[in-house]
Design a protein around this ligand. Sequence first.
Ligand code: G3H
Ligand code: 13P
Ligand code: ZN
Length: 311
Amino acid sequence: MGLVTTTDMFKKAYDGGYAIGAFNVNNMEIVQGITEAAGELRAPLILQVSKGARQYANHTYLMKLVEAAIIENDLPIAMHLDHGDTFELCKSCIDGGFTSVMIDASSKPFEENIALTKQVVEYAHDKGVVVEAELGTLAGIEDEVQVSEEDSSYTRPEEVEEFVDRTGCDSLAIAIGTSHGAYKFKPGTKPQLRFDVLEEVEKKLPGFPIVLHGASSVPQEFVEKINKFGGNMPGAIGVPEDQLRKAASMAVCKINIDSDLRLAMTASIREHFTEHPDHFDPRQYLKPAREAIKAMVAHKIKDVLGCDGKA
Ligand code: G3H
Ligand code: 13P
Ligand code: ZN
């Protein structure tokens, strides 16, 4: 089995009322932790690479790691560019073997978002690659670009049909209250996604796959563990998992998770060094870190996404 696109995955997920996990990858241990969990649970998978990940680890290394994971786990895996911000970056990933790209022109005016998305779609479709686009803006940080809460805005359902028709995109990321990073909601507030917006979008685009970014739940046990072992993460709050589960049962077919993997990995490494201050062999702390990622992904697949056994 080689890399696949998301077309078939999303159709089955939409019809089956579950979502596919899109997990960010940056190195070998992260790829292994994610794919071992998905392999054992027979879950279809999207591995996504940000511009920063590509700069950090190099395109070819990431491609080859994912190809190795396919051989080892015999799974349908889509290789996706997360938050592509230019045509050139999307083109480079398409030419370099990715099966899916995101063009994120969501911070641009509507007409400019359409024009850039359409340009990427035309190039991608010609090569058999699918395209995710975004309408509406999320708060938070991605690749050092910070969007403040005031500058974020929910997706306007009255715009989605025209956007999808005119761009030809294959899936659409929308803003319904999620945001990137570990500090999504103000401490003391009750996180609540805008399901009314999701329902309206679903009505305008029946059968069309919707994507949720910024969907980490920031489990408090991991924040507490990081802080117990020398960290300092004040007021980290994520999206409640029951709300993600509900979104997955609706039109949301792809749920993006990165921060929760970072938390799991960092908590494990902090704990390891506190308990074993004499260790200096990277395998000693990366092995439990990889296990922590695997356990987090297994939990997401079974308890949040509902995609176990769907590969
Ligand atoms: O949405 C952003 C992802 O969490 C990737 O983060 O740009 O720091 O690699 P990054
Ligand atoms: P989190 O920061 O909530 O994990 O979101 C990741 C994401 O949306 C990647 O595109
Ligand atoms: Zn994102």
